[in-house]
Design a protein around this ligand. Structure first.
Ligand SMILES: Cc1ncc(COP(=O)(O)O)c(C=O)c1O
Length: 423
């Protein structure tokens, strides 16, 4: 499609956008009385309007029913999380039995490593991307130390090539081969938080499994953003948070995928709790753990329904729209943003550089040459919510649910003004 950097063109794009009406489903923060242009759906998605009703319903049931709400609320609390599973399984390309919702992301990755990082003296190494999200680095280091290994030896980081901003798939595959039968686990971010790169999850999973390692994915920046086929790709496990592209609310519950080959088993290493035990026996208070036949076996505590309520509200929207339509709009929207950035870059004489490769979802990360926080501050003061990553990167993630083509145009105009003003 041929883009144009004009207001008329952006309005025409919005007019022809079948998802444009979903803007009405979200609440926009305001700056100077005007709704913002929101680019930080990769950090915290906007609030779906219907989320409040879902939370209010639980508050009302709690007020009216007290403990009885567990079984007699309109949506009973004791199996509330089960409502999230079917729509979520579609988002991540899994069978419903392979998915559950519990805890938070870092906690879940630790729990999953209890099951899937079981090193021995020969096979103990973990492969990840260099400069993985800090929580992942801390997780991996502490897991390795917990098992008595030295992170300096046991953690293998795949580096970017000198002068490049992204990882080459061939380098990741070569490293997997090189570590070979010492490799216990591959655990990588499916979409990198810093440069927005989408990893080739299918190929990497295949390569990891070929050398006998377990392969898991941190999908914080991937879920609700890019196409996922966790079951078909044959990943062992994955986990994600829901507060980014899934619009579930700050710090909210994490989702988990565990491939069906590990389900309905008693002899798998796992930290267990009463919510993982068979539903029919959960209140019999028996001394022995009988696992649920699905991913719920990894549940430990009873569900935090107040936080699952906005997640369920948001999943209704995902169910209604479907990932295919979202991804189609995302490609056009991010493509348009890239076009505008490139146009402006020529107009203001090479002031910045997009460091996100073409393998991407929503996010474009932009390295600001010679500009800095002053430009970031200018954007924020003028109602563009972006985020800043050291040393000089702003991340722009136009989420297709609530960002418009007009937003991209208006952002471009402000960016130009900001750069020109700061020169
Ligand atoms: C890639 C990645 N991994 C892990 C986390 C940690 O998430 P949580 O604080 O929910 O454990 C984040 C949070 O933003 C993230 O972006």
């Amino acid at each position: 499609m041929e883009f144009r950097n004009t207001l008329e063109f952006s309005l025409e794009m919005d007019k022809n956008d079948a998802l444009a009406k979903y803007r009405e489903e979200f609440v926009y923060p305001k700056v100077n009385g005007k709704e913002v242009i929101y680019f930080t759906g990769n950090s915290l998605g906007l609030q779906p309007k219907r989320a409040k009703t879902f939370v209010d319903d639980i508050m009302t049931d709690w007020a009216n029913l007290g403990v009885e709400g567990h079984f007699y609320a309109d949506k009973p609390w004791w199996d509330y999380h089960e409502r999230l599973i079917p729509p979520l399984a579609k988002v991540v390309g899994a069978k419903p039995k392979e998915v559950t919702v519990m805890n938070t992301l870092s906690v879940n990755l630790h729990f999953l490593m209890v099951s899937f990082y079981t090193p021995n003296s020969k096979r103990y190494k973990i492969l990840c991307e260099e400069k993985a999200f800090p929580s992942d680095q801390y997780m991996l280091h502490s897991q390795v130390r917990y098992h008595g290994f030295d992170p300096g030896d046991a953690i293998v980081e795949v580096k970017k090539r000198a002068g490049e901003h992204y990882w080459r798939t061939e380098d990741i595959l070569a490293k997997i081969d090189e570590v070979g039968d010492e490799l216990a686990l591959v655990l990588i971010g499916g979409v990198n938080y810093y440069n927005g790169q989408v990893m080739d999850m299918e190929l990497i999973t295949k390569a990891g499994k070929k050398v006998g390692a377990k392969v898991g994915w941190d999908l914080a920046h991937a879920v609700g953003n890019v196409a996922l086929k966790l079951h078909d790709w044959n990943a062992d496990f994955a986990a994600w948070c829901s507060y980014k592209y899934m619009n579930s609310g700050p710090g909210n519950a994490s989702g988990v995928f565990i491939h069906e080959r590990y389900l309905d088993k008693k002899d798998i290493p796992r930290f267990e709790g009463w919510w993982g035990t068979k539903k029919s026996e959960r209140f019999l208070m028996k001394p022995h753990f009988e696992p649920m036949p699905n991913a719920d076996a990894w549940q430990v505590s009873n569900p935090a329904v107040l936080s699952m309520a906005p997640y369920l509200a948001s999943l209704e929207l995902f169910e209604e729209v479907g990932m295919e339509a979202l991804i189609e709009k995302q490609k056009a929207l991010t493509g348009y943003l890239e076009f505008i950035l490139k146009e402006i870059d020529t107009e203001v004489d090479s002031s910045f550089e997009i460091i996100t490769p073409q393998e991407r979802g929503c996010q474009l990360s932009v390295f600001l040459h010679g500009q800095g926080r002053a430009l970031f501050n200018f954007l924020m003061e003028n109602g563009v919510i972006v985020d800043w990553r050291e040393p000089n990167v702003i991340r722009l993630a136009p989420a297709p649910f609530y960002c418009s083509f007009e937003d991209m145009y208006r952002f471009g105009q402000l960016l130009k003004e900001g750069i020109q003003g700061k020169k």
